[in-house]
Ligand binder design. Structure first.
Ligand code: URP
Ligand code: ZN
Ligand code: ZN
Length: 470
């Protein structure tokens, strides 16, 4: 079917223009000057015409960090691939990259196959996978090389979580040396988990067990120290490095220093580190703060993290906004840590609201419209080998398209979200701008505040190497 999207303002990473978009089947086939003879010819021939008057027309969002149905410490994150990708679509995200995990003592290949089976046939939008390497040994290093050719071109390691996902410096360097040969991206959870566990144990021994202690023990210095160490190791290992969920000014300074020196070091932040803080959210009385337990943690509003992170987004020292969507319900899940913050499952759900929450940066004058699209769609696609199929509206790209109403205003609430989560971390947030229509590979999945997508429409994406290196 041919579809003409007309009268909208096209937003790309390079700017805005009044441009009509012609889609044939799953693919964008032409960008047309409105009112030109070509546009008229397309209108005459199009099987469907969509009027985007008063709407921004942007590439579907690409969220490169999600955790659907992730098993963690005796429970599982509450969105399935089906519910989580449906919620993503509601919020204008048309591609996610989730994770397959090789836990300690397991082999990479069966872990990947099991994860593929969980996702297959269940996703509402297209999806890819990064591979978490929990055990860096000869077998997993060999698989890392093979997987790059199979479309898994990024590998995540943890400097946190000793005893489970933790890798020591030797493991990290071995993985980086491997990635330097294949061109793969090393993704790093950069927090000094050994030191954090010492502080957590001491806090618990003193009876300091409320959720806010999660933030106190995961000190900013332990994020910046690990970020610094990861950067130095990547220099020695000669691999590109992508720091996930960067939350604090100190860690950002390390990234800035590395980037100023010309290193292939990149970082993402997430909406929670731009909009939420330790005192007002993680520090809520009673057990309410558990809603905001995630790692890296929310940072203090009395420091300047929010302002620094927005600046980093402007200057490209932070290149991507992902969500680290990892939802756990209060009931039965967060409650596991009611008596001790160490047992609260870590994670915040937000896959549905990333586009809106970062658009508030446009409304508030922190970033431009073009930068919004670049951070939420174009660079994530480039960073993880999906560009130009994803992240851009141009002839040949997948017709993943969002019509966005910049004038709408509404309030985020558990009562209107679509994530399988019994609270919203952004409850009561008044936002301007709202997703109006969403296309995934030419198929309308959200229209006029109604979900019309289908489970299983989403296809697995084999990814190439990053095309973001200097
Ligand atoms: O709290 C978080 N971020 N949970 C998800 C796992 C991770 O470390 O990314
Ligand atoms: Zn992490
Ligand atoms: Zn994560």
């Amino acid at each position: 079917m041919t579809l003409l999207i007309k009268n909208g303002t096209l937003i790309s990473a390079t700017g805005t223009s009044l441009t009509d978009v012609l889609v044939d089947g799953e693919t964008v086939v032409a960008l047309l000057q409105p009112g030109s003879t070509l546009a008229e010819a397309a209108e005459a021939g199009a099987e469907r015409v969509m009027d985007a008057t008063g709407r921004y027309v942007l590439p579907g969002g690409v969220d490169v960090h999600t955790h659907m149905q992730l098993p963690v410490a005796g429970t599982t994150s509450s969105d399935t691939f089906e519910s989580g990708t449906t919620a993503a679509a509601w919020g204008g995200t048309t591609t996610i990259i989730d994770f397959a995990t090789q836990a300690k003592g397991e082999l990479v290949r069966p872990s990947l196959e099991a994860r593929m089976a969980e996702a297959e046939g269940n996703c509402a939008i297209d999806y890819g996978l990064h591979m978490v390497i929990g055990d860096v040994d000869q077998a997993s290093l060999k698989e890392m090389t093979v997987l790059v050719d199979e479309g898994i071109s990024s590998f995540k390691l943890f400097m946190a979580y000793p005893g489970t996902m933790y890798s020591d410096d030797g493991d990290i360097l071995r993985a980086m040396l491997n990635a330097s040969e294949t061109g793969a991206m090393i993704m790093m959870h950069a927090e000094n988990g050994i030191a954090i566990d010492v502080l957590a144990e001491r806090a618990a021994a003193r009876g300091e067990t409320d959720p806010v202690n999660h933030g106190y023990v995961r000190r900013e210095e332990l994020e910046s120290e690990a970020t610094h160490r990861a950067i130095q190791l990547a220099k020695v290992g000669a691999s590109p490095l992508y720091i996930v969920h960067l939350s604090a000014s100190g860690a950002l300074e390390e990234v800035v220093r590395a980037r100023d020196a010309g290193a292939n070091v990149f970082a993402e932040t997430c909406p929670q580190y731009l909009h939420l803080n330790l005192e007002d959210h993680l520090g809520l009385p009673g057990f309410e703060g558990a809603k905001y337990v995630c790692s890296t943690p929310l940072r203090s509003k009395h420091e300047h993290h929010h302002a620094d992170l927005w600046r980093g987004l402007r200057t490209d020292d932070l290149s991507v906004v992902s969500t680290d969507h990892c939802p756990f319900c209060m009931k039965d899940q967060k409650e596991m840590g009611r008596n001790d913050f160490r047992f609260i499952p870590n994670g915040i759900g937000g896959v549905e609201h990333r586009m809106d929450l970062i658009y508030q940066g446009v409304v508030q004058g922190e970033i431009s419209l073009a930068r919004w699209v670049e951070l939420c769609a174009t660079t994530p696609a480039r960073m993880f080998g999906l560009y130009p199929r994803k992240g851009v509206i141009q002839p040949g790209s997948d017709a993943d398209i969002v019509l966005y109403d910049p004038e709408a205003s509404w309030t985020i609430s558990v009562d209107n979200h679509h994530m399988n989560l019994d609270y919203s971390a952004y409850e009561g947030f008044e936002v301007q701008g709202r997703v109006d229509t969403v296309l995934s590979r030419g198929q309308v999945v959200v229209e006029k505040n109604t979900y019309v997508g289908t489970k299983g429409h989403g296809r697995y994406l084999r990814r190439g190497l990053t095309n973001y290196l200097k």
